[in-house]
Design a protein around this ligand. Structure first.
Ligand code: UDX
Length: 430
């Protein structure tokens, strides 16, 4: 099938190489010329495991993927995926501007399309957005009618950064939220050789499935962190507790790693957007608000531990190991480390940091207010306290921390070994 993909960010690019790898002919459409040039040179604008090699094999090898800034390329395709970002506004609501711009541009091109064309909403949009904003915009600018001249489907993605190509090619489920059956059938055909159950449903339900998934994952994490905070006061190891409860298949053993909470581009943003949407509907989402509160407070517990051991943090040298919101990515969006660093700076500490991938991104935020180091030993040398905020593999060697005061936010070290080797070791909730 000929597929156009609107937006070459994280979601769009992964979908592009995934579909091209399956033999579809894919065109990535983006108004950022530099991204377009990069993709056509088989260079990935973002870091993701195996993405660049797959891009090279599709663009250069099979020749079935290219990028363009010309929206008219949609005319050469049967189906268009909207994969633009849906960032947060400062009040937690989601910023619809990219979605509206895309629907406007696609609508203008649809005006020239004679065949039935399918528009797939892959961007994460709060329930109601497709019905209330996307479809009316497409109809307005195309002067065509949904269900007759074009079809619309909501098809959320559930990619996890660091393993998104694997997640894309081996999804747990494929959600097809169709406005009209014909559009759903065409999208199902695109996914015909993906090994996953397919749920055909309506547009709003598909939108909600994405938010409910992320809200549930966020809830699991804040739940185990809260249990961890209680366990710590009782001298109980929360990781043993998580193991014990995880044997129950109704609970499951995944997403129960206690620590400094969830960051990234999705869980915090989607949780806030759902809380906001509920509020618009006059529903106070108390559980979800608590999930968010626990997550906001959790990273700052590391600073309390530092204060307990060092007294005032003014003029103390503190090492932060890890900037990325999780290992194997350079993404620092909503990373707990950022809040910890900001608080340490506010208290007058000198902060040294190291991360294997995320330093260039962090430099854009902190510039010269903190010291960026080339390795963990460099960052640890001469510091009063080491705080581990991301569980990169290279931070897992307890010998790195001999004689140091170490506070672990991610259960990166084996507590028993660490207590033996470090001058002092404590975890955020163990
Ligand atoms: C998440 C969802 O998992 C994915 O389905 C959705 O499409 C996008 O959002 P991602 O943001 O890549 O994916 O990260 P994920 O692996 O889910 O981790 C999110 C955060 O939770 C990280 O900061 C991670 O460190 C933290 N986490 C995860 C925990 O603190 N404990 C856990 O047990 C699991």
């Amino acid at each position: 099938m000929n597929i156009s993909i609107f937006g070459s960010g994280y979601v769009g690019l992964i979908a592009a190489v995934g579909f091209a790898g399956k033999g579809h002919k894919v065109i990535c459409i983006d108004n950022d010329e530099s991204k377009v040039r990069q993709i056509n040179r088989w260079e990935s604008p973002i870091f993701e495991v195996n993405l660049e090699s797959l891009l090279s094999s599709c663009v250069n090898g099979k020749g079935n993927l290219k990028a363009s800034s010309d929206y008219n390329e949609i005319l050469n395709s049967d189906i268009t995926f909207i994969c633009v970002g849906t960032p947060s506004n400062s009040d937690g609501s989601f910023d619809q501007s990219y979605i509206i711009d895309s629907a406007t541009e696609i609508g203008r091109v649809l005006a020239k399309v004679s065949n039935y064309h399918v528009i797939v909403v892959k961007s994460t949009v709060v329930p109601g957005t497709t019905d209330e904003i996307i479809i009316p915009t497409l109809e307005k600018y195309s002067s065509k009618k949904v269900g007759r001249n074009f079809g619309v489907v909501v098809n959320p993605e559930f990619l996890q950064e660091g393993r998104s190509i694997h997640c894309f090619l081996n999804p747990d489920r494929i959600i097809i939220g169709e406005h009209d059956r014909r559009a759903g059938d065409i999208l199902q055909e695109v996914y015909h050789d993906f090994p996953a159950p397919i749920l055909r449903t309506n547009v709003r339900t598909a939108e909600m499935i994405k938010y409910a998934s992320n809200a549930f994952l966020a809830t699991k994490i804040s739940f185990i962190n809260e249990i961890g905070n209680i366990c710590k006061k009782l001298g109980i190891d929360v990781y043993e507790v998580a193991k014990g409860i995880g044997y129950d298949p109704r609970i499951g053993n995944k997403f129960l790693d206690a620590g400094i909470g969830f960051g990234g581009s999705c869980l915090p943003k989607d949780l806030e957007a759902l809380i906001f949407r509920a509020g618009e509907l006059s529903y106070e989402a108390e559980l979800l608000q608590s999930v968010s509160r626990v997550n906001i407070e959790q990273p700052l517990r590391l600073i309390e531990i530092a204060r307990k051991n060092l007294g005032s943090l003014g003029n103390k040298v503190i090492t932060i190991l890890g900037l990325a919101f999780k290992p194997n990515t350079d993404d620092i969006r909503q990373a707990p480390a950022l809040r910890i660093i900001a608080q340490l700076l506010a208290e007058g500490a000198t902060v040294k940091v190291y991360d294997p991938k995320a330093i260039p991104n962090a430099k854009q935020i902190f510039s010269d207010t903190i010291e960026f180091c080339d390795s963990s030993p460099d960052a640890i040398a001469g510091s009063d306290c080491v705080i581990i905020t991301t569980d990169w593999d290279e931070f897992k060697d307890e010998n790195l921390y001999a004689g140091k005061l170490v506070i672990d936010g991610r259960r990166t070290l084996n507590p028993e070994k660490a207590r033996h080797l470090c001058q002092y070791y404590e975890g955020v909730c163990w």
